[in-house]
Design a protein around this ligand. Structure first.
Ligand code: ADP
Length: 205
């Protein structure tokens, strides 16, 4: 059965949205390292204090910090998972392979210009946590829960996006080849609508 799945893709490729849907569909927990890190920051934990600087600069958080957080999460979630935003570097991928190999790696492909367009429209609900694309930059109420306030993430400025995209190209994109060589990679066209992307993914499972 395919229930250990990894989603790869550039920032704003729709990974988070697909991860939530897919985790629900497969009834497995979803690990979003970006979300976990933002929680650590909100709660001013030791990890949060270290991570904040890196995230606001658009830099990757050091592998050791990420692995401490992920290993702790994995203890309670061994029977299946959906990984969103982890692994992001080769050392992280190797560490994951030593714990549990993914059954399948789904790679969302979206060109850079489309990502830049999306990033200026992305908001996160401060109440239910949904990620939504606004039509007008003045939209403030979450369409998912109809009550929460929509906020821009502090790392979603275009300049910071460009740094994150450069990091992605240098450090994460090579994981496509890494997983392709292991015969695990399945590419998905991420420029389609969220429903179309989801359909394509479920056909691959
Ligand atoms: P995005 O997919 O748009 O980059 P995330 O919410 O997944 O957003 O991550 C936000 C930030 O958290 C990243 O830019 C990075 O600084 C940090 N981060 C998240 N996951 C990892 C990871 N596995 N390794 C290193 N840094 C990470």
């Amino acid at each position: 059965m395919t229930n250990h799945i990894l989603l790869l893709g550039p920032p704003a490729s729709g990974k988070g949205t697909q991860a939530r849907r897919l985790a629900e569909y497969l009834n497995v927990p979803c690990l979003g390292t970006g979300k976990l890190l933002r929680n650590e920051i909100k709660e001013s934990t030791e990890i949060g204090k270290i991570a904040e600087d890196f995230i606001n600069r658009g830099a990757y958080v050091p592998d050791g910090v990420i692995m401490t957080m992920v290993e702790e999460w994995m203890v309670d979630n061994q029977s299946g998972w959906l990984l969103d935003g982890f692994p992001r570097t080769k050392p992280q991928a190797e560490a994951l392979n030593n714990m549990r190999r993914p059954d399948m790696v789904l790679a969302l492909e979206v060109p850079q210009e489309e990502l830049e367009f999306r990033i200026t429209k992305r908001r996160e609900c401060s109440s239910c946590g949904a990620t939504v694309a606004v039509k007008n930059s003045t939209d403030t109420i979450c369409p998912e829960c109809s009550s929460g306030e929509l906020v821009s993430r502090s790392d979603d400025a275009l300049d910071s996006f460009k740094i994150r995209y450069a990091n992605y190209t240098e450090l994460t994109k090579p994981l496509f080849d890494y997983y392709d060589d292991l015969g695990m990679l399945r590419k998905v066209d991420g420029t389609q609508s969220p429903d179309e992307v989801f359909n394509e993914i479920t056909k691959l499972l």
